[in-house]
Design a protein around this ligand. Sequence first.
Ligand code: HEC
Length: 449
Amino acid sequence: MRLFALSFLVAFAAAFTMRAAKVTFSHDVAPILYKHCVKCHHPNDVAPMSLLTYRDARPWAAAMKEAVATGKMPPWKADPRYGKWSNDPRLTPAEIATIRAWADGDKAEGDPKELPSQPTFTEGWKIGKPDLVISIPEHDLAATGPDEYTYVTVPTGLTEDKWVVAAELRPGNRKVVHHAHVFVVEPPDKKKPDTPAAAYTRWLMVKQGTLEFIRPDAPVIDDGCLRDDNGAFPGSKQNPLGSLIGSYLPGRGPDVYPEGTARKIPAGAKVSFQIHYSRTTGKPETDATSVGLIFAKKPPKQIARRIDLSNHMFLIPAGDPNREVTECHTFDQDMYITSLTPHMHLRGKSMKFTVTYPDGRSETLLDVPKYDFNWQITYREAQPLFIPKGTRLKIDAYFDNSNNNPVNPDSSKVVRWGAASETEMMDGWIEYVDTPPGQSAIATASAAR
Ligand code: HEC
């Protein structure tokens, strides 16, 4: 048995060395780049250089080898031991070995006739022609100053409920839009009385321009698992911004909801854009970011839902290299998780999602050991993950507010919750559906709403 395995290995290695000897760009490397890299590495996209042609790619041979060997590229931050993800872009060991062999060898071009056909890139909408496009009014940005977060709310003009199957945020000016989110704000429920909890929430939050911060003298709760209040503010479960429907983040594709599912936008709703501008050009700039929506042709089988779990009450002391902040939630119904997104700002160091099922079994769903604000990745489940009622989710985050953190804006500051990237957030965004894929839940679900 051993001998067999050994001879197999020798044969494999021999075959591989023979193969490696004649690795060429056209035959071996280009197919890997076209599959895994050029969606970002083509002219006018997020990456600084194109890797489409031999001439483009050759000077980057050593850097590419390094980037794929270390797992820096393609960007993906999840510990591979946990979860199976439909958008996992990682290269196979054989693909990494091919790039390595090419970079270490004579970096030959090979026969250009062997090149696979070049992928095409749409300049326009990636989701196809939207049924509705909603834009912010033109926004002017001065040449200098700190990063700016702008919140703009725009009416949808919808007179009937619509089901959204895909949402794409398009920056008007890619040079200055760092990232953007768009939320659906439902028309206010006039029947809902103002509660003491809502009043307390208003007291906790301070507005400065378009930005919100928590009061510096708000109570401090780092361990959000002490109480199962679904995070947010004590006594309040509402996300003040409404419900996120789409995001633009470096390298992230549009939000296309799983087959058969859709998000609801009720008649009379508004959409609220949150846009993070970076003044990268040193010149005055204008932006008019928009969101394109595709509506379902027929009612979906299931509603695509989400919960945003967050701890708003933490405090990170100045200089603290490893502050733990947690948040817990017990699910009060069966559900199927379709994606998880960790969200923190520049001091975010790691985030882990663990569930304890009602039978006591524990499972890590996602571990992002080295969080990176520049790559706010949504981890999409390969198969919707069943979460029985009574399951408790724990989100465990660590923050580095020391000088060891190269992107720390200021280690001498005490940091609390806030919308600006110099302050912090501790969020886990969870997308889910109510029943197994393909099974219709819409009748019961909409009745329950
Ligand atoms: C999701 C978009 C995206 C994908 C996919 C992607 N890159 Fe990148 N890449 C970037 C961006 C943005 C940068 C510049 C910023 C940075 O380094 O993080 C970059 C930087 C690089 C660099 C610069 C050197 C370095 O390490 O900083 C190399 C080399 C590179 N990418 C190679 C690749 C290769 C090879 C692939 C495919 C196996 C790939 N990239 C896939 C977006 C992407």
